[in-house]
Design a protein around this ligand. Structure first.
Ligand code: 6PG
Length: 471
């Protein structure tokens, strides 16, 4: 065969990725379960580059140069396994299967191990940027063997987004590292969106601003430290007017957020690793809560709390949004660091910030700062410890407290802002009430405690003479 690479699964993401490859001059073999879709792609976009339509998996594999590289763009789970099985049967040792979907990293680890036994490379690659990104340059997070990246890296770096000439693609680490990082990217995406949503809600319900005015606020925020794709499109969505009713578009959308699972996975994995990702967890739960229509309609009430809204509300919310965002990212990076240690992935956190600067949903100028922080100190214990972020958050903290106070008084839920503030306050506290929790555990279950003034474990004989013994 003569095709350089193949894409199977030609829904929008797959088609756009194939077109991106073709536009970059790669001869691309394309395949889809139903051939009609393949034909449609060739008819509509065949002129964009060198496509090789394949009707069957065997044909697809035969059309490729060696070592063969096939990117799978199908639904995560069962459908992905089915395609992998078919491909693997038709391939030869040294060939590569790349899963570009949002697979769970544990599935990716399992698949990588199984295919390695057969001499095949399996690469779980996170791809972010939606349909537009797939076509014009996504952020790509490939895992898998370093050997596979030698062949695949140049192609992926070529079609990825570029920021200051640098590609938004790097080898993340072996086996499931790429999909893990993509999962955390999505978790951060959830947190970021939740914080933006809380900002909007406060400006509207406590600040009395209309969506169009809030759109303008977000437009002005889209520069400096907050400049980002999500802030930019927030202005677009809030400024949009429903053609049918003439109402603000945001008012005609059902207020129940959906989710496909990557945010939930992030939190589940964080629980396993013991890493507090409270911003992501609150964002996932806020979506779940919004969907509990039964409870919401039973409790709904219009009684409004009266509140003194500070004149500085808009600027304060900006500060709260920024500081909370720093916390959410700090937590996400913390989780990647913990997983990297746990699974021996050796993830370069600065490189993750670098490849998220463009192409992906959370792309933002701010990621340059994160990159700088990890370049200065690769072992940084938390982003909040970095000089730049530390002083940025310190400067925002008064406004942040005013915002949370105002929200609480006004009855506007801000789980993202308030949990981020609680996380920050907890990390800064000299003493935490965890000491009391240890005391209670020792009281009811003889679970023992350690002392601040000497080594060892101790237990107090609570039901006896209350003397302390070595445990
Ligand atoms: C991306 C997006 C993409 C997808 C989200 C949506 O990086 O391009 O994150 O992967 O649109 O997973 O997730 P929910 O449907 O769960 O909101």
């Amino acid at each position: 065969g003569t095709a350089r690479i193949a894409v199977t699964g030609l829904a929008t993401m797959g088609s756009n990725l194939a077109r991106n490859l073709a536009r970059h001059g790669y001869k691309v073999a394309v395949h889809n379960r139903s051939f009609a879709r393949t034909k449609a792609l060739i008819e509509q976009y065949g002129h964009e580059g060198d496509f090789v339509p394949a009707e069957t998996t065997a044909e697809l594999v035969a059309s490729l140069q060696r070592p063969r590289q096939v990117i799978i763009m199908v639904k995560a789970g069962g459908p992905t396994d089915a395609v992998i099985d078919e491909l693997a049967d038709a391939m030869e040792p040294g060939d590569m299967i790349i899963d570009g979907g949002n697979a769970h990293f544990a599935d990716t680890r399992r698949r990588e191990a199984a295919l390695k036994e057969r001499g095949l490379h399996f690469v779980g690659a996170g791809i972010s940027g939606g349909e537009e990104g797939a076509l014009n340059g996504p952020s790509i997070m490939p895992g898998g063997s370093p050997e596979s990246y030698k062949h695949l890296g140049p192609v992926l770096e070529d079609i990825a987004a570029k920021v200051d000439g640098e590609p938004c693609c790097v080898h993340v680490g072996p086996d499931g590292a790429g999909h893990f990082v993509k999962m955390v990217h999505n978790g951060i995406e959830y947190a970021d969106m939740q914080l933006i949503a809380e900002s909007y809600d406060l400006l509207r319900r406590a600040g009395g601003l209309e969506p169009a005015a809030i759109a303008d606020v977000f437009r002005t925020w889209n520069s400096g430290d907050l400049e980002s794709y999500l802030v930019e499109i927030t202005a677009e969505v809030l400024g949009h007017v429903d053609a049918e009713t003439g109402k603000p578009f945001v008012d005609i959308i059902t207020d129940q957020a959906e989710q496909k699972g990557t945010g939930r996975w992030t939190v589940q994995e964080a629980l396993e690793l013991g890493i507090p990702v409270t911003g992501i967890a609150e964002a996932v739960f806020a979506r779940s809560l919004s969907a509990r229509v039964d409870q919401r309609s039973a409790l709904q009430s219009t009684s409004d709390a009266s509140v003194q809204v500070p004149d500085t509300l808009v600027d304060d919310v900006r500060s709260a949004l920024y500081a909370s965002k720093v916390v959410a990212y700090a937590q996400g990076f913390d989780q990647m660091r913990a997983a990297s240690e746990q699974y021996d992935w050796d993830i370069d956190l600065g490189a993750m910030a670098t490849i998220w600067r463009g192409g992906c949903i959370i792309r933002a100028v701010f990621l340059n700062r994160i990159r700088e922080a990890y370049e200065k100190a690769p072992d940084l214990p938390s982003l909040l410890v970095d000089d730049y972020f530390r002083s940025a958050v310190e400067n925002a903290v008064d406004a942040w407290r005013r915002v949370v106070t105002t929200a609480v008084q006004a009855g506007v839920p801000v789980p993202g802002f308030s949990s981020a503030l609680a996380y920050y306050d907890a990390l800064r506290s000299e003493r935490l009430p965890a000491a009391l929790i240890q005391g209670l555990r020792d009281f009811f279950g003889a679970h023992t405690y350690r002392r601040v003034d000497k080594d060892g474990s101790f237990h107090t004989l609570w039901s006896g003479d209350r003397n302390e013994i070595d445990a």
